[in-house]
Design a protein around this ligand. Sequence first.
Ligand code: NAD
Length: 468
Amino acid sequence: MRTPATSARIDVVSPSTEAPIGSVPEAGDDDVDAAVQAARAAFTDPNGWAHWSPERRADAMERLAAELDARASETATAVSSQNGMPISIAQRLEAVFPQLLLRYYAGLIRDTSLEEVRPGLLGGSTLVTRQPIGVVAAVIPWNFPQTLTAFKYAPGLAAGCTFVIKPSPETVLDSYVFADAVRAAGIPDGVINIVPGGRELGAYLVSHPGIDKVAFTGSSVAGRQIAETCGRLLRPVTLELGGKSAAIILDDADLDLTKIGEQLFGATMLNNGQVCYLGTRILAPRSRYDEVVEVFTGLAQSLAVGDALDPATQIGPMVSARQRDRVESYIAKGKGDGATVTTGGGRPGGSDKGWFVEPTVFAGVDNNHTIAQEEIFGPVLSLISYDGDDEAIALANNSDFGLGGTVWTSDHDRAVSVARRVESGTVGINNYLPDPTAPFGGIKASGLGRELGPEALHAYLVPKSIYL
Ligand code: NAD
């Protein structure tokens, strides 16, 4: 048991300038106990959230969406200043996606029948009802703090669950904006509780006896530890973990950057390369390999690197000095293994402040190299050559992970048939854009279970059969 002194605080530092930008109290185990108790009380209250009609919950969720709309700019600035996400991306995603999800799940719960009477085979009938699973522990990474929290609470609130949310210590300031919106929307006390803290606090929360389900997004290393805990406790768990997805360039792909530059960037280097699903292994047909190297080298060189709060910035800093060191150690490993840096590989010139890494492209990579097998979580691409579609698919599938992936081609049918053979939870064609209505998640070391879509709503409901 670990309880920080009541004076313990989390200090937040800007990755763009290394200046302190905020400080919040750090939760201790006793705060988790109180949060779980509040969530439990809100869940079991016979007049509380879980017992509200779906319509009433949906109305409250739409009020929360409106309150988040009103705080969109504050949210985007808080996220960008903490994790280095370019502000233009934070405005397009972090400030908008949670509301999209709240409105989607509000609509879905209104339209979903939670009860049915099934005629039985033995003479009677059964009332099959779906009830909320209970108190959910949501453990969140720093890379898309608001969106990935909403991936959990939007379907969970619709189902009638209550939440204890643990954000990452790197991104706690945006939690205050969110909490303010929750209160202003009139969501009852105890339905959403937030406990800022690190991994030990997360471990304490995940194993807490008052938790009914765990929803985790983060690294595969932490995911395995959480899965072990949940396995021991027989506690339902959703794990959205890391990735090392392949971008398969077929031999008929149109690689004109004026047409597809934005899509290629979004699918391979969005958010400074700090996105779980990015296709950072670029598989290129040998017949067009030099051209593909040129295209990605040009793309990386065209990107504006700078302060995350500058609207012109396309690549901001890594979230922390530790993360920059990690990315740089992978770059050194790539060079040591014999791959060639075609652009980047170092720190950008200019300011000596901020944890920046140049967008980096490696050519001559073997799929078995460390940089092609491990998640780097930075703006580093590995270009690998192949002969024929079968080899491309075999290379794509030769990975411990299976989260995302893309296929780039002018032939739609060929794209779909290649996508079907990629071992992965999601695949994009000539783009990669997760959609709220479709299940999102991974296989292999990329995780268990799915978020988004009606599938996620059902992950927060438990069926109960009442034999009539
Ligand atoms: P992380 O696993 O270090 O931390 C994620 C969260 O879990 C943090 O809140 C952390 O405090 C907490 N935590 C860490 N260890 C824990 C433990 N043993 N028990 C309970 N809580 C624990 O990951 P990160 O560095 O914050 O995020 C980057 C990782 O997240 C990358 O691997 C990335 O691929 C992954 N990610 C996955 C998805 C997805 O949807 N699949 C989305 C975004 C990020």
